[in-house]
Design a protein around this ligand. Structure first.
Ligand code: JF5
Length: 231
């Protein structure tokens, strides 16, 4: 998959996307990542990318001309153009799966008070948010989305992790897990996990996952219940 990123802060991406699994995905050629500075698409000699909103009000907006010029330069027939801002639809694991199936993403980082509305109308296929809070710009949320999508690309994770992705994510929270020692500072690992009774262990884990999800994430629990009939 190819991902182009349009941002006013390309240097923010250096570091986070050069480590660990994303680095390996890039080195293996499974992810091709290219950073583009929106300012390079400014049309005037002052390299202006923002302007004041018509009608007044606080803050600045990203003006349309540099964004249109950039997207028209970078997008192809099969490109998904994604805006990232707090006004987008909430990014989740199922959207990550959908994006991972695409050939080419062009991710546009929001900034200031956001985008001129004509960018939404004409340029973008979708607008995504990673949660209900306001950041200074879209670089961090774009990196979050790239991370979540990259680990789903074929051949990026080891077999064990990709199997986990299939069976667990988006269903329930994790059950409690323990490693050695069996007792640490007086805290004991639940007896059942040391029993060697695999049917019993599976039952305990399912119950713990259900209970934890119901308590901490009633929204997720309701969705899982609705989809699969788990009680
Ligand atoms: C941004 C205007 C974009 O703050 C965010 C964000 C929060 N959740 N998801 C994305 O993006 C940066 C800020 C202001 C447009």
């Amino acid at each position: 998959m190819k991902i182009d990123v349009l941002t006013l802060f390309p240097r923010m991406f250096v570091g986070p996307l050069d480590e660990s699994i994303i680095r390996r995905a890039r080195e293996a050629g499974r992810l091709e990542l290219a950073l583009h500075n929106l300012r390079d698409y400014a049309l005037d000699r002052h390299k202006t990318v923002d302007d004041r909103p018509f009608g007044g009000g606080p803050g600045m907006l990203l003006k349309p001309e540099p964004l249109f010029a950039a997207v028209e330069d970078l997008a192809r027939e099969n490109t998904r153009v994604l805006l990232v801002s707090p006004a987008g639809r909430r990014f989740d694991q199922s959207i990550a799966r959908e994006l991972a199936s695409r050939e080419h993403l062009l991710m546009v980082c929001g900034h200031y008070e956001g985008f001129d509305e004509r960018v939404r109308e004409r340029l973008a296929n979708d607008e995504l948010s990673i949660g209900d809070y306001v950041l200074t710009n879209g670089a961090l949320p774009v990196m979050v989305i790239i991370d979540a999508v990259t680990r789903l690309l074929p051949g990026v994770l080891g077999d064990e992790d990709s199997a986990r992705e299939d069976s667990f994510s988006q269903e329930l929270l994790e059950y409690p897990q323990y490693t050695r020692p069996a007792e640490f500072r007086g805290m004991k690992v639940p007896e059942v996990l040391l029993s060697g009774n695999h049917a019993e262990i599976a039952r305990w884990r399912a119950e713990q996952a259900r209970r934890r999800t119901q308590e901490r994430r009633p929204d997720l629990f309701a969705k899982t219940f609705y989809e699969s009939g788990i009680t």
